[in-house]
Ligand binder design. Structure first.
Ligand code: CDT
Length: 326
């Protein structure tokens, strides 16, 4: 029997493979200085260059401990964790090394703008170290004031404003890249909005506690399952690459999951870390692998039925049907 080859997908003659490094960071303690963290990031960047990486992705809030677990009321104490400029004197060496290697980087940090606004931000550079993309976290988890009921705090809603840039994507010489940050990955809208702009790879960093501060019964295995589930679903449902990178390990007694992964457009995990330390995972990601899904099952223009999606943007919470309706 002759099995016919699948039709060649449009655009597949170009080589659009990006060798991506996911540079997981181990824990950062409150007492650790930014200079030491930048040295750790540069060491991962050097390894990434040796292993052929063209893009290296670091975690959310890569320059500091995950400070929203601590309750501060003094503005100066809060602001110690924020960057007033990027690159800064302390982070310039990272940008310089990236430029020297000709490698693009993406990393997260707490951003304090000139007008005094606080955001949970990530940036993307080109291979000369110039910033070509900026994203400010939209879905801020947790709560906005000290909560004595929780076993530890998650005060992102106290310290950050919701991102004001939407979900931008950046056209790079290889393809269209987007960013999101940690909790954003649990919301399908995050990826769909970027996919509607043609995104081919979404990179993200995360700090995910190993425990649920409101449910001591919830085990780390379930938390890891949810983490992988949302990434694999997002990759498959949008036919995109997803690169997700942890800050992992025990920070001042508080555990963060590892489990950094690269997921292909079929939703399969193709690379992952195995420790909760500084660790690099590498995969050659062909952006043309997105084409088949984008031209078949997830050809949005042919199959989406937007006339039925209005509620997605019209309301946030649930409104149930009235009693007695069928
Ligand atoms: N950093 C971050 O967004 N962490 C969240 C934990 C939410 S628990 C209040 C996450 O989704 O992993």
């Amino acid at each position: 029997m002759v099995v016919s080859k699948p039709e060649k997908v449009e655009g597949s003659s170009r080589n659009r493979t990006i060798v991506v490094g996911g540079a997981q960071l181990g824990p950062i303690q409150r007492a650790d200085g930014r200079g030491d963290i930048v040295k750790r990031m540069i060491s991962l960047l050097d390894e990434a260059k040796e292993r052929g990486c063209e893009l290296v992705v670091f975690p959310e809030l890569a320059l500091t401990t995950f400070f929203p677990r601590w309750n501060y009321d003094d503005a100066a104490e809060v602001d110690q964790w924020f960057e007033r400029e990027i690159p800064s004197a302390e982070t310039q060496p990272l940008f310089d090394r990236a430029a020297e290697h000709g490698v693009s980087i993406s990393f997260g940090f707490a951003e304090l703008t000139a007008s005094g606004e606080h955001f949970n931000t990530s940036i993307l550079t080109d291979d000369s170290g110039a910033i070509v993309g900026r994203y400010r976290k939209v879905h801020l988890p947790g709560h906005d004031k000290f909560d004595p009921q929780r076993s530890f705090q998650h005060l992102e809603k106290k310290y950050f404003l919701p991102g004001d840039l939407g979900f931008p994507v950046t056209r790079t010489p290889k393809g269209i890249l987007g960013m999101c940050i940690c909790n954003d990955r649990r919301w399908p809208e995050t990826f769909r909005v970027m996919a509607l702009k043609g995104v081919e790879m979404v990179v993200l960093g995360y700090n995910t506690p190993s425990a649920n501060s409101q449910n001591p019964e919830e085990k780390v295995d379930l938390r890891m399952f949810h983490h992988q589930l949302v990434l694999q679903a997002a990759a498959y449902q949008n036919s995109i690459w997803v690169v997700a990178v942890a800050k992992a390990g025990v920070e001042d007694g508080h555990g963060l999951i590892g489990g950094s992964v690269i997921v292909n457009p079929e939703g399969e995990i193709v690379a992952q870390t195995s420790t909760e330390e500084d660790e690099l995972m590498v995969h050659a990601c062909n952006l043309d692998d997105t084409l088949f899904g984008k031209q078949s099952q997830f050809d949005f223009a042919r199959h989406r039925r937007i006339e039925h999606y209005g509620l997605i943007t019209a309301q946030t919470g649930v409104i149930e049907p009235p009693d007695g309706s069928s």
